[in-house]
Write a protein that binds this ligand. Structure first.
Ligand SMILES: [Zn+2]
Length: 74
């Protein structure tokens, strides 16, 4: 390796997530804070995504109904 061009590498960098999960990874930073990780992301938990989708469908139905009423009133 060339001298003086490489950043310091931490073999056991502490990564903490907003949900409380902790990881030990290799990084050039001593400590990393993330907002979302594989433990709390809806893609991996699955729960939040389903709830969100259900809410969107209901909102769409309500909008569609309101639109239909407007048209029939004309
Ligand atoms: Zn997390």
């Amino acid at each position: 390796m060339k001298k003086d061009i490489h950043p310091k590498f931490y073999d056991k960098s502490e990564t903490t997530c907003a949900c409380g999960a902790k990881y030990t990874i290799g990084s050039t930073k001593e400590a990393i804070a993330v907002e979302i990780c594989a433990v709390c992301h809806p893609f991996y938990t699955g729960n939040d995504k389903v709830l969100d989708t259900a809410g969107r469908v209901e909102k769409f139905k309500a909008r569609k109904e309101a639109g239909t009423k407007k048209k029939s009133a004309k």
